[in-house]
Design a protein around this ligand. Structure first.
Ligand code: ARG
Length: 572
C-alpha cells in the first residue's frame, strides 16, 4: 500500500534496518531529502520567531524610554497622539545643521551623484519592508512620515514595515521605529500615479534627543517659481537599473514650469497634483528607490528653512535627456495632511499594531477604554447589545491582525500542529507570543528605570517576562539559527487512527541537540500534515531545554514537557 502512492513515497523507501520475524521492516527512517526539507522549514520558522521576539522586546523597550521621557517633568512632556506639532508654528522644522548645507555641493547628483555628508538631511527616512529598504520618506512631524503611496502597492500590512530615521552628523545611530499605520491617499491611482502620497504614522515618535528632525510643510498653496533650485535626496539607484547607493546621495534640481513638464512628459504628467524638476539635458535626477523621498526648497529669509514641496514619485528612465523627474505636489495636499495628522485617536479604527499590542487581562477585555472603544462609539451604552456586538467585531479584527502578523508563517505551522496534537495550552501561548510584533532590549535600560515614574514598573516587568520567555531564541546568534533534523525514525507497528506513526526525532540547533518522540505520516498527505507538528515540537523542545538549563530537573515535568529522551525499547 505504501508503494501505491508515487512521488514522495519513493523518498520514503525504508532503509535496511531491523526486520520482524516475517522479514518486514520494523522501523523506517525518513530519507535525507525529507529531513532537509523539514530542516529548511524549521530554519524559516526559527528566523520568524527570532525576529518576532526581538521586535516584541524592542517595542517594550521603546515604551519604557517613552515613559521615562514623559516622567522627566512637564518641561520635556511630549504631546500624545495625534502628535502633529505644526512645525511652522513651533519654528522647529526644516533646519539643517550648521555646516551640513555648506558641504553639499550644488553639482551633486543622485543618478551618478555625490554622497551627502552624514546628518545632512535629518528628515530623510528609509522605509523598510521586512528589514529591506524599499523607499524613501520624509519626517514631517515627530510621529509622521510622508512618502509615496505606490511604495505600498501589494504590501499594505503595517506590521511588516519599519522606518529607519536619519543618522546623526557624527554617524550617531539611526533609530528604527515600527510603523503603526499606513494612510495612502484615498484617491491614489496605481495605474496613473495620480495622488501618489501616503502618510505613515510611527509607533513611537522620533526621539527629540535623536538626530531626526522634521521638515517644514508648505504653509500655503503657493510654490516657488520655475527655475528655483531645490534639493532631492535618497538611497536610490545610481543609474537606471543600477545598484542602490550605500549612503545618502543628494542633488540640486531646478523646478520646471507646467508647460515644460507637460511637453517633456506628455499626458501622464498631471500638473494639478504633480510637479517636475531636473535638467532637460539629463544626467541629474532621482531614480528607483528614491521614491517617497523629499524635494525641498529653501524658504528665503534670515533663517533659511527647508520646505517640502515634492515627494519623489516617478520618471521615464533616470536622468534621460528631456525626461525630468516627477514629484507629488505636496502643497495641494496640505488640508488632507493636516486633517489626517490631527485626527483624534478615538475617531480612527485601531491599527493592527495597536490591536495586537493590546493585551489586557481576560476580565478587562471589554473595557471601554481600550482600542475596542472605537467600535462601540455609536452604541447607546456599555451594556447594550450593540456594545457587545461591537466588542465581538473588535476581537475578531484583532484575531485577523494576529494572523497577519510577522510570524504568520509560523502560526500556520502551529495551527497545523494543533490539529494533529490536539489543543495544548502551551502551544497556544507560544502561538500568541509569536504572533506579537516583536528588536533587542537596550543594554543599561534597566538601570535607568527609577521608582518615581508611575506606569514604569509594569512595563519593566513586561520587559523582564518577554526577555525570559524569548531567551531561548534570542540566545542563538543569527548565523547559527539553522534547524537541522538529523533523524526521524518511525515505528511501523504504531500506526494510529489518523494514519500517523510514532517516531523518534533527533534535531540540532546552534550546537544544541534534542531527542523527542513525535508523530509522523508516511504517505504524502499524512507526511505533509505531520511536518508542522514535528517542527513545533522541535521548537518547543529547544525552548524547554534552554529554559531548563538553569532549572531543577523537577520543573521539566511541571512545564508539561513534550520532550521524551527516547521511546523505551527502541534501538539506541
Ligand atoms: N518610482 C521610483 C521609485 O519607486 C522613483 C523614480 C523616480 N524617477 C526619476 N526618473 N526621477 O523609487
Amino acid at each position: 500500500m505504501l508503494l501505491a502512492a508515487p512521488p514522495l513515497l519513493l523518498l520514503l523507501l525504508p532503509l535496511p534496518g531491523p526486520r520482524s520475524a516475517h522479514g518486514h521492516p520494523l522501523y523506517l527512517r525518513l530519507p535525507p531529502s525529507t529531513l532537509q526539507a523539514l530542516s529548511a522549514q524549521g530554519t524559516q520558522a526559527l528566523q520568524a520567531a527570532q525576529r518576532s521576539a526581538q521586535w516584541a522586546i524592542k517595542r517594550v523597550a521603546m515604551e519604557i524610554q517613552h515613559r521615562l521621557r514623559e516622567c522627566q517633568g512637564p518641561g520635556s512632556r511630549r504631546p500624545q497622539a495625534p502628535l502633529l506639532q505644526d512645525p511652522a508654528k513651533t519654528g522647529s522644522c526644516g533646519e539643517r545643521r550648521p555646516g551640513a548645507s555648506n558641504v553639499t555641493r550644488a553639482q551633486g547628483r543622485i543618478v551618478g551623484g555625490s554622497a551627502a555628508p552624514p546628518g545632512a538631511w535629518p528628515w530623510l527616512v528609509r522605509l523598510q519592508l521586512g528589514g529591506q529598504p524599499l523607499c524613501g520618506g520624509v519626517l514631517v512631524a515627530e510621529s509622521w512620515v510622508l512618502t509615496a503611496a505606490h511604495c505600498f502597492a501589494g504590501a499594505s500590512n503595517e506590521l511588516l514595515w519599519t522606518v529607519m530615521l536619519a543618522e546623526g552628523p557624527r554617524g550617531e545611530q539611526a533609530e528604527e521605529v515600527p510603523v503603526n499605520r499606513i494612510l495612502p491617499h484615498p484617491k491614489f491611482d496605481p495605474k496613473t500615479f495620480h495622488n501618489d502620497l501616503a502618510l505613515v504614522q510611527l509607533w513611537t515618535p522620533a526621539s527629540p534627543e535623536g538626530p531626526a528632525r522634521p521638515v517644514c510643510l508648505p504653509q500655503e498653496p503657493r510654490e516657488p517659481p520655475a527655475g528655483t533650485a531645490c534639493s532631492i535626496a535618497g538611497w536610490g539607484a545610481l543609474f537606471e537599473d543600477g545598484p542602490e547607493a550605500e549612503a545618502v546621495r543628494e542633488a540640486r534640481v531646478p523646478l520646471l514650469s507646467k508647460d515644460t513638464c507637460q511637453k517633456a512628459l506628455g499626458p501622464g504628467m498631471r500638473p494639478s497634483t504633480m510637479l517636475c524638476a531636473g535638467y532637460l539635458a539629463g544626467g541629474i535626477d532621482s531614480c528607483q528607490g528614491d521614491s517617497g523621498g523629499p524635494l525641498t526648497c529653501s524658504e528665503p529669509g534670515p533663517r533659511s528653512r527647508q520646505v517640502l514641496f515634492g515627494v519623489t514619485s516617478w520618471g521615464d528612465g533616470c536622468g534621460e535627456p528631456g525626461k525630468p523627474g516627477v514629484y507629488t505636489r505636496v502643497a495641494v495636499f496640505k488640508d488632507w495632511l493636516l486633517e489626517q495628522m490631527s485626527a483624534a485617536p478615538s475617531a480612527r479604527e485601531p491599527s493592527c499594531r495597536e490591536l495586537v499590542a493590546w493585551d489586557p487581562p481576560e476580565e478587562r477585555l471589554a473595557d471601554a477604554t481600550g482600542p475596542c472603544a472605537f467600535y462601540a462609539r455609536l452604541c447607546p451604552g456599555p451594556e447594550s447589545a450593540c456594545a457587545r456586538l461591537a466588542h465581538q467585531q473588535c476581537l475578531q479584527r484583532r484575531r485577523r491582525c494576529e494572523l497577519r502578523s510577522l510570524a504568520h508563517t509560523l502560526l500556520g505551522l502551529l495551527r497545523g500542529a494543533q490539529e494533529l496534537l490536539g489543543p495544548r495550552p502551551g502551544l497556544r501561548r507560544l502561538a500568541r507570543a509569536l504572533a506579537r510584533p516583536a528588536p533587542r532590549g537596550q543594554p543599561g535600560l534597566e538601570q535607568r528605570l527609577h521608582a518615581g515614574c508611575p506606569g514604569l514598573e509594569p512595563l519593566r516587568q513586561r520587559l523582564a517576562t518577554l526577555q525570559g520567555t524569548h531567551a531561548w531564541i534570542l540566545k542563538v546568534p543569527s548565523q547559527h539559527l539553522a534547524m537541522n533534523f538529523q533523524e526521524v525514525l518511525a515505528d511501523l507497528g504504531s500506526k494510529n487512527l489518523l494514519g500517523l506513526f510514532r517516531a523518534r526525532v533527533r534535531a540540532g540547533l546552534g550546537g544544541q541537540h534534542v531527542v523527542f518522540s513525535g508523530l509522523v505520516g508516511l504517505e504524502p498527505a499524512t507526511l505533509a500534515r505531520s511536518l508542522p507538528g514535528l517542527l513545533v515540537q522541535a521548537l518547543q523542545a529547544f525552548r524547554l531545554t534552554t529554559q531548563a538549563e538553569g532549572e531543577a530537573e523537577g520543573s521539566w515535568a511541571a512545564a508539561g514537557l513534550l520532550v521524551t529522551p527516547f521511546i523505551p525499547g527502541w534501538p539506541a
